[in-house]
Design a protein around this ligand. Structure first.
Ligand code: BGC
Length: 692
C-alpha cells in the first residue's frame, strides 16, 4: 500500500486538484453562460452527442464536449485499460484505503484518455444471487456499500474526474429491468436502498447521478420527481447533474418535470422541435430547460472542465500507479469460505498440484457495460499466477478434456486438485439474470475431482453466491475470488500457497439454498401492472409492466436471519484467515454525539494476517421493529504474529437511528444499545452496552 500512496502523492503534486464542491462562483459563472445560450443550444446541451458517450460542445462559449466512459472497474469504451477488481471484490476487501486507491487509479486511467466523467460506481444493493450485475455492485449492506462508494468516489474525484453513482434507484434485478416497477416502502428505501446514494452526495459530493431503467413505485426513474427533486436534491442537497441510463426515457414532459438534466445516449425525448413547441404553447417555461443546463454546467465548472484540457498527457495510458492499486486491492478481496486444513498448499516437489477448470487460464470479467479489456501483457490468469510461484511449486494445468485419461491420471496423482469454476461475460452480465447453479458441466467437474482426489480446493469466480449444495460438504477448501481484476491469477496463487494470507470478508450472506433468502419469494416481478385499466392504449403500452414487490422490507440479507429465523450457510462478514485473532477489552463510551468503540485485537496464530473488526449495533427494547443487529462500523487491521493493536471506531449518532415513517425523518430513540464485535453478522465475539 505504501508504494501506491507514494506514486499517487507524486502525481498529486504535479497535477492541480479540482474542487468538487459547487461554489457560489461556479453557479454564477454557469448562470452567465446559460444567459448567453440560444434555446436550440440549450436543448442540444441537455442530451448526449457524438457517439453517445459525449456531451454536446458549444465552442463559441468555450464549453467542451465531455467524454464519458463505463464503468465501475476500469475504463471501457474503445480502449484497453487497467482491469480493477470488480465492485463486489472491492467491497469484500473491507479496506477503505485500497478502495480509495482504486478510485484514484481509475481516474488516472480516465484522464490519460481524456475522459471527464466515469460512469461508476454502481451501487445497487445485492438482493438475490442471480442478479446479473451483482459483480459491479457493493453487496447487501448499506453501511459497507456506502463506505465503499464514498471512498471510491473521493479517490476518483480527487483527481478531477467526475464519478457517476448509479442506478438511482432500486435496480436490483436485470430480469425485465425496462418494464419492472420496484415497489418498496418508504422505510425500506431509506434504510436499505438509499444510504449509499445519500452518502455519495452528502459526504463524497459525487458530481453525477444516473437514474435506473426500472420504475420506482410505478414511475420511471428519470421522470420521478419524488426521487430526483424531493429526495436527491431536496433532502440530500444534490447540486450536480442527473443523467438517464442509456435509452430509459419515455416522455419529454415527464423527464422535464421529473428532474432529469441530461438525456443519454442522445436526444430521444429532449428534442428541439418538441421542446420549442411546448414552450411556445405554454406547456413548459424556458426556465425549466435553463435549470437543467445550469445543473450540468455548474458541475462541469466545479470540476474544471471549462478551464483545462480533459486529457492529461503526463499520465500514461498503461499507468504503474493504477496497476499497483488494482494489484494491491486484488490481494485483499478473495474470501476464504471454508478450509479444513488443506490450505495453504505446501511447497515441494512431492506436492504437485493440478489446476483444472474453465477459469484456470482465462481472464474473466462480468459482461455488459461493466466489462473492461485489460492490456494482454498485464493480465495474469490463475495458470500464470501458479507459474510465477516458482519451481518449488510444481503444477499441471488442464482447461479442457476433463474426463480424458490424461486428466484423470493427473487428478489421481496430484497432491491436491484446484478446480477453478465460475461465470464470465457470457453467463453473468448486464441485461439478464444468471443461474444460481454454476454453468453447465462445472458441478460435474468438481464431483469428478472428488472421486479422484481427497484434497479438492474450489476457486469460484462470480459476483455472488453460487449453488454449492452438490459438493460443499465434501471439498477441502473454497475460495471466492470474484472477478478480481487483472491480477486475479497472482492473488489466487499467492493465497492458495500461503504467500498472502486471505483477508476478504463476505459482503453478502450466502444462504446455501436460494429459497432461504428472505427476498426469494419477492425477487421476480409478480403482478402485471395496470391489468385492470380500461384504456386500450394503456393496456397496450403498460401490459408489459410488472411489479417487483420488496416484501422482505428492511429484513434483507443478514437482517433477515433472526427476524425470519433462517440459518444461512455463511453470513455477511464471514471470511477465514490462516491465522487466528483474539478480541478483548471492548468498550463503548459516549463521545460527543456518538459513541467511541475500542477493542484490542491480537494475532494469536502462527502467521501475519489482517483482521476486519466488524462493529454491530443492536437496540435493546426498540420502540419499533428493527433488525436484531446492523453493521455500523469496521476497520481492517494488519497484525504480525503475536502482535496486538487497539481498533478505535467512532460511531456517529446516526448509527443508532431508524427511519421513522410518521415524521419522514431519521429518528433517535433514547435508550440502551448493545455494541457487538462480530466475526460475521451471525457470530458475535464480544459485546458491551451503551446508553445513548
Ligand atoms: C448501463 C449503464 C451504463 C450505460 C452506458 C447501460 O446499459 O445500464 O450502467 O453506464 O449502459 O454503457
Amino acid at each position: 500500500m505504501k508504494k501506491i500512496l507514494i506514486l499517487f502523492a507524486l502525481t498529486a503534486v504535479l497535477m492541480p486538484l479540482h474542487a468538487q464542491k459547487i461554489t457560489r462562483a461556479d453557479k454564477e459563472r454557469a448562470e452567465g453562460l446559460v444567459r448567453q445560450m440560444t434555446l436550440e443550444e440549450k436543448v442540444n446541451f441537455i442530451a448526449g452527442a457524438v457517439d453517445g458517450f459525449h456531451t454536446y460542445a458549444i465552442d463559441r462559449l468555450g464549453i467542451p464536449s465531455v467524454r464519458m466512459c463505463d464503468g465501475p472497474q476500469g475504463v471501457r469504451n474503445n480502449t484497453k485499460s487497467t482491469l480493477f477488481p470488480c465492485g463486489v471484490a472491492a467491497a469484500a476487501s473491507w479496506n477503505r484505503d485500497a478502495v480509495r486507491a482504486m478510485g484514484r487509479g481509475i481516474a488516472m486511467d480516465a484522464k490519460a484518455r481524456g475522459v471527464g466523467i466515469m460512469l461508476g460506481p454502481g451501487v445497487n444493493i445485492y438482493r438475490s444471487a442471480v442478479n446479473g450485475r451483482n459483480f459491479e455492485y457493493f453487496g447487501e449492506d448499506p453501511y459497507l456499500a456506502s463506505e465503499t462508494a464514498s471512498q471510491y468516489i473521493q479517490g476518483m474525484q480527487g483527481e478531477g474526474v467526475m464519478a457517476t453513482i448509479k442506478h438511482f434507484a432500486l435496480n436490483n434485478s436485470e430480469y425485465g429491468r425496462h418494464w419492472t416497477s420496484s415497489v418498496v416502502d418508504e422505510r425500506t428505501m431509506n434504510e436499505i436502498y438509499f444510504p449509499t446514494f445519500r452518502k455519495a452526495v452528502e459526504e463524497a459530493r459525487v458530481g453525477a447521478v444516473m437514474t435506473s431503467y426500472n420504475m420506482v413505485n410505478g414511475m420511471h426513474a428519470p421522470e420521478n420527481p419524488w426521487l430526483i427533486r424531493e429526495t436527491l436534491r431536496g433532502r440530500w442537497g444534490f447540486e450536480g447533474l442527473v443523467m438517464s441510463d442509456w435509452t430509459s426515457t419515455y416522455s419529454t414532459l415527464g423527464c422535464i418535470k421529473g428532474g432529469l438534466d441530461l438525456e443519454m445516449p442522445r436526444n430521444y425525448v429532449y428534442r428541439y422541435d418538441i421542446i420549442k413547441e411546448m414552450i411556445d404553447n405554454g406547456v413548459i417555461a424556458e426556465s425549466e430547460i435553463d435549470e437543467k443546463v445550469q445543473h450540468i454546467l455548474q458541475a462541469f465548472i466545479a470540476f474544471g472542465f471549462l478551464d483545462r484540457p480533459l486529457q492529461d498527457t503526463t499520465v500514461p495510458e498503461d499507468n504503474e500507479a493504477s496497476r499497483q492499486a488494482a494489484y494491491e486491492l486484488s490481494l485483499e478481496a478473495p474470501v476464504l469460505l471454508k478450509n479444513n486444513g488443506a490450505l495453504p498448499l505446501p511447497a515441494g516437489r512431492k506436492n504437485r498440484v493440478l489446476l483444472i477448470g474453465p477459469m484456470a487460464d482465462v481472464m474473466p470479467c462480468g459482461g455488459g457495460s461493466g466489462e473492461v479489456h485489460p492490456f494482454e501483457n498485464r493480465s495474469i490468469t490463475m495458470r500464470q499466477g501458479f507459474q510465477a510461484l516458482g519451481k518449488n511449486r510444481p503444477f499441471d494445468c488442464v482447461t479442457e478434456g476433463y474426463d480424458t485419461p490424461t486428466a484423470i491420471s493427473l487428478m489421481d496423482n496430484a497432491y491436491a486438485v484446484v478446480v477453478a469454476v465460475g461465470y464470465g461475460k457470457k453467463t453473468e452480465k448486464e441485461n439478464s439474470d444468471r443461474t444460481f447453479t454454476l454453468p453447465e458441466g462445472q458441478d460435474e467437474l468438481i464431483e469428478l475431482a472428488l472421486k479422484h482426489n481427497s484434497r479438492v480446493v474450489v476457486v469460484v469466480v462470480s459476483g455472488g453466491e453460487v449453488d454449492m449444495s452438490r459438493w460443499h460438504d465434501r471439498v477441502s477448501a473454497i475460495l471466492y475470488a470474484w472477478y478480481d481484476g487483472q491480477d486475479l491469477g497472482t492473488a489466487v496463487a499467492k493465497i492458495l500457497s500461503g504467500e498472502v494470507n486471505p483477508s476478504g470478508r463476505l459482503p453478502m450472506t450466502f444462504w446455501g439454498t436460494q429459497e432461504k433468502n428472505p427476498a426469494f419469494n419477492y425477487y421476480q416481478p409478480t403482478m402485471t401492472a395496470l391489468k385492470n385499466t380500461t384504456s386500450e392504449r394503456h393496456k397496450e403500452r403498460f401490459s408489459r409492466y410488472e411489479y417487483a414487490e420488496y416484501r422482505e422490507g428492511i429484513f434483507l440479507g443478514y437482517r433477515g436471519i433472526d427476524h425470519f429465523g433462517v440459518k444461512p450457510l455463511y453470513a455477511f462478514g464471514h471470511g477465514l484467515s490462516y491465522t487466528r485473532f483474539d478480541h478483548n477489552g471492548l468498550t463503548a463510551k459516549p463521545e460527543g454525539e456518538g459513541v467511541k468503540v475500542e477493542v484490542i485485537v491480537r494475532n494469536i496464530g502462527e502467521v501475519a494476517g489482517s483482521d476486519v473488526v466488524q462493529v454491530y449495533v443492536s437496540p435493546i427494547n426498540p420502540e419499533v421493529i428493527r433488525p436484531v443487529r446492523e453493521l455500523k462500523g469496521y476497520q481492517k487491521i494488519d497484525l504480525e504474529k503475536g502482535i496486538a493493536k487497539t481498533a478505535r471506531i467512532l460511531l456517529p449518532k446516526s448509527a443508532f437511528m431508524y427511519y421513522d415513517v410518521e415524521s419522514h425523518e431519521w429518528k433517535h430513540q433514547h435508550g440502551r444499545y448493545k455494541v457487538q464485535i462480530g466475526a460475521s453478522a451471525d457470530k458475535i465475539l464480544c459485546e458491551t452496552e451503551v446508553i445513548l
